[in-house]
Ligand binder design. Structure first.
Ligand SMILES: Nc1nc2c(c(=O)[nH]1)N[C@H]1C(S)=C(S)[C@@H](COP(=O)(O)O)O[C@H]1N2
Ligand SMILES: [Mo]
Length: 413
């Protein structure tokens, strides 16, 4: 497997990366007057109240900086109001380990396919480009998206709602690559790993696995393009796994190793981290013990306001359009509803274009003049499996899978 421990090479890469960073940063600064104040207020009840906006990461515009190394960069909520696809240069970034190649030579890069297969493969990007190309719109969402809203607070990255994004992914079917290697009978799972490494060798390398049938479902993709462009380095250049409808922990970035297993993967990232209570909405009471835990898997429906924020003031003298985005999780959006009276009555929203069941979908409602005073607005998505967002927040010790109805308190003046 190609590794980047060699010091000389690493220094050379870093120098190039620094040059790239300066280019990206100055471009971003030139075109972003709206971000001039350089910080955002966070809506958390407990936890940090404010974070810096950074322009300093290669191929990235203004991002909310949670941690620099390894990077945790959040997409500002306003970005989701601009379009149903999240621009690559403001797509969120999350890595577990700090040893990440700062550049990858796409010509020398090889993807290994090995393990319980008839023939070991070493595929170049050119090899993949010759295979049938598939394209799909899908939401990439961190399991811990919105963790900052958990109450009581739980440890981990304190994300607001911006650890998610929607893109058109293009690449090859994982199934086609596995067929090319030939899966031996008795295969149970397929394990994925990328070029990043733990800082200390004893720590567990980031590896994720899917059941063999899921890996061969024809939807799971090895992507080489995102929104019509190559992947930004920080989003996994040159290849990443796309697991439509599943949390992004499975979407392994800088994917360079695929291993077919004849057993269930019990590595730390499958058996210990990224597990959730096997209960409805992965919900338990704080302090509850003896709960059966299972690996996190499919996503659940969510919806958000994008043109109003909690605490906003709205004019009473004009009709307004309230709008936002929704997604169904692992099924399409059936409906989005808005409540103007704290959840007592609901009205249907008009849905925007349908880009497929795994994509964000825009919604909007034209509301009449608001009576002066405070109003509690809520938005709720129901997916095509009939699954709706719960009214009350779900809770678990890892801060995963929050999907309760969002509320925006607005003041009409
Ligand atoms: N190689 C690698 N892939 C990875 C990770 C990682 O640490 N290393 N983190 C995963 C997790 S938990 C998330 S949320 C997503 C984040 O994807 P993004 O940075 O492209 O938004 O990458 C996933 N793929
Ligand atoms: Mo994540």
């Amino acid at each position: 497997m190609p590794r980047y421990r060699n010091d000389e090479r690493f220094q050379a890469l870093s120098r190039r990366a620094v040059l790239k960073t300066i280019g990206a940063a100055s471009m971003a600064l030139a075109g972003s007057a709206a971000w001039a104040d350089q910080s955002v207020r966070l809506p958390f009840a407990s936890g940090p109240q404010q974070r810096q906006v950074t322009h300093d990461f290669p191929q990235k515009g203004p991002m909310i900086l949670q941690r620099a190394r390894p990077p945790l960069l959040e997409t500002p909520m306003e970005v989701f109001d601009l379009g149903v696809f999240t621009p690559n240069d403001q797509f969120y970034v999350r890595w577990h380990w700090a040893v990440i190649p700062t550049s990858v030579d796409a010509d020398a890069f090889r993807l290994a396919v090995r393990g319980h297969v008839n023939q070991v493969l070493s595929l170049s990007i050119g090899d993949l480009l010759k295979m049938p190309r598939v394209e799909l719109a899908a939401v990439n969402q961190c399991s811990g998206n919105s963790r900052g809203f958990f109450s009581p607070r739980v440890p981990g990255a304190q994300w607001a709602h911006g650890a998610m994004g929607n893109a058109r992914w293009a690449g090859v079917r994982l199934k086609d690559v596995l067929d090319r290697a030939g899966i031996k009978s008795g295969a149970i799972q397929v394990r994925f790993s990328g070029l990043d490494e733990p800082v200390v060798p004893e720590a567990p390398d980031f590896r994720k696995s899917l059941d063999i049938d899921h890996a061969r479902d024809g939807e799971v993709m090895i992507a080489y393009a995102m929104n019509g462009d190559q992947l930004p380095l920080l989003n996994g250049f040159p290849l990443r796994l796309i697991v439509p409808g599943w949390y992004s922990t499975y979407w392994v970035k800088m994917l360079n190793d695929i291993e077919v297993l004849d057993r269930v993967d019990e590595n730390y990232w499958m058996a210990t981290a990224y597990t959730v209570p096997d209960t409805p909405h992965a919900n338990i009471a704080p302090g509850q013990t003896g709960v059966k835990m299972v690996p996190i898997s499919r996503m659940v429906p969510r919806s958000f306001f994008t043109n109003i924020t909690d605490g906003a003031s709205l004019p009473t003298n004009a009709a307004a359009t309230i709008r936002g985005i929704a997604f169904g999780g692992d099924a399409g959006v059936a409906k989005v509803e808005l409540s103007m009276d704290d959840g007592q009555t609901w009205q249907p929203a008009t849905l925007g274009d349908d880009f497929g069941k795994y994509s964000f979908r825009h919604w909007q409602v034209a509301v009449p003049r608001l009576a002066p005073g405070r109003h509690s607005l809520k938005v709720r998505c129901t997916n095509l499996n009939g699954e709706a967002q719960p009214a009350t927040p779900n809770w678990n010790t890892s801060g995963f899978m929050l999907n309760s109805v969002e509320t925006a308190h607005v003041n009409a003046i």
